[in-house]
Design a binder for this molecule. Structure first.
Ligand SMILES: Cc1ncc(COP(=O)(O)O)c(C=O)c1O
Length: 463
């Protein structure tokens, strides 16, 4: 409450423009104001407890209240609260972080550029790809292909790369030269009688067709999340990336793996690039890099692309790109400490020991009358609700089934995210087996509430 007796929730309507919110509808509902957290739990201003089933925005990997990260930031703020890395300047913590990142990165990554968000990192990559192709004397090779339902951020280029209609509509996006190929969601887009491998072949063929139609000498790069996150936690169908990478190689198209959600253990390996045997030219990292305690992101690239960029900057005279807060010392210190904690606590071992609990636990809902598909790997997954299990028919978006289930989950003390009618799980990586059980139990109650509503409104036949 402020001195006039207004709650934070009612005050925010006067001052705050909430991202990714229906602002008109928002004026009619009270936002949930989060005031603190501990481990996988957060608390609102009424004291209600929630399991953060999405780790905030897929990011607070070490959960809430990790004192070592607080201390790392404080120590660095006392030592050197700010310095940049422009024009040959540097600081130890930024250099140490770059070294550390490359030491754990998949083979082939050679240099790191720091930014402050996933969007900035992806914008940076697009610029560097153009710069690189100019260096190679192929100024016409500039188009980029991303995917329908992909999510790469919200700045001009990152929103353009994203393949979600609400991110383009009325924003005059996507920018010219950014194209979208098919969404590789086998459950939703596979044809009758088509195997997963055949579907993957069709996806790769469709990408090849697009490259040929545009002209291979005009297509510079392909952007993909190893698992599509905000598009609905869509895991790649078997053999998809193998086939797609063969097409990219054939036409000399660079591959950008956006590891903003998947990086740092989420899929069971340190990077999903290893889980799916990817050979990217660029990798985007953010979120779990600092457990989201401070904003920092990174672009990792191969020596080959770095050499081209470096040649170009020699010709231009300077690499005309960078942010005031690129590799901010406090954020870099928190990131370094985060990576240290992952190692000391053997986060990959922990994930290996409990990911089955999440995946098996989610799959126990597969028989529920509303559940169409359960998908996921490691500590990420989604449960998709459908109107008709046999035909996979979706509910009418106007029925807002996913949003209803999300709201009911929140009522039962679980924060999850409904993306369409897919409900996502991406808890802090420190979650325990007992906490996974509790998270899924709260979800089960929300699912039953949803089934009751669907039944009552006769939106589908709930047995
Ligand atoms: C895969 C992916 N890339 C990029 C971004 C954008 O990151 P940011 O919100 O930090 O700009 C996100 C954000 O959720 C993401 O999931």
């Amino acid at each position: 409450m402020d001195t006039a007796g207004n709650s934070a929730a009612s005050r925010d309507k006067a001052y705050l423009m909430h991202p990714m919110t229906n602002l008109k509808r928002h004026l009619e509902i009270e936002p949930t104001v989060v005031t603190g957290g501990k481990g996988i739990y957060v608390y609102d201003d009424t004291g209600k407890e929630y399991i953060e089933g999405l780790a905030g925005l897929w990011c607070t990997s070490l959960g809430f209240g990790e004192e070592r990260l607080v201390e790392a930031a404080a120590r660095q703020m006392r030592q050197l609260p700010y310095y940049h890395q422009f024009r040959g300047m540097g600081h130890h913590v930024g250099i140490d972080l770059a070294e550390k990142l490359l030491s754990i990165a998949p083979a082939g990554m050679s240099k790191v550029f720091f930014a402050n968000s996933g969007s900035e990192a992806n914008d940076t990559i697009l610029k560097l790809i153009w710069y690189y192709n100019n260096a190679l004397g192929r100024p016409q090779k500039k188009k980029v292909i991303a995917r329908i339902k992909g999510y790469h951020g919200t700045t001009l280029a990152a929103a353009s790369l994203s393949g979600l209609p609400h991110m383009h509509k009325a924003f005059d996006l996507p920018m010219p030269g950014i194209l979208h190929t098919d969404c590789p969601h086998y459950y939703r887009f596979g044809k009758d009688g088509e195997s997963e491998e055949e579907f993957a072949t069709r996806m790769a063929d469709s990408l090849e067709k697009m490259i040929l139609e545009e002209g291979p000498d005009t297509v510079a790069a392909f952007f993909a999340e190893p698992i599509m996150g905000a598009g609905g936690v869509i895991t790649p169908p078997k053999t998809y990336f193998e086939k797609v990478q063969a097409v990219l190689k054939k036409y000399d198209v660079l591959f950008v793996a956006d590891e903003v959600i998947c990086g740092f253990g989420r899929t069971g390996k340190m990077f999903a690039t290893e889980t799916y045997d990817l050979k990217p030219d660029f990798m985007t990292v953010a979120k779990a890099l600092s457990s989201a305690y401070l904003p920092i992101s990174g672009v990792m690239m191969s020596q080959e692309v770095f050499d081209g960029i470096s040649k170009q900057s020699g010709e231009v005279g300077v690499l005309g790109h960078g942010f005031t807060y690129s590799g901010h010392p406090a954020a870099a210190a928190v990131a370094l400490e985060t990576l240290k904690i992952y190692e000391e606590r053997d986060i990959l071992g922990h994930i290996a020991s409990i990911s089955g609990r999440l995946q098996d636990g989610m799959r126990k809902f597969a028989g529920h009358p509303l559940v169409g598909e359960v998908r996921g790997i490691g500590l990420i997954g989604a449960i998709e609700l459908v109107k008709d299990k046999a035909t996979h028919e979706s509910f009418d978006p106007k029925d807002g089934i996913g949003a209803f289930c999300q709201d009911r989950a929140q009522e039962h003390g679980l924060i999850t995210r409904g993306m369409g009618d897919s409900l996502a799980f991406c808890p802090p990586l420190i979650i325990t087996a007992a906490e996974i059980d509790e998270m899924l139990s709260r979800f089960g109650k929300a699912l039953d509430d949803t089934a009751a509503m669907v039944d009552q409104k006769k939106l589908a036949k709930v047995a």
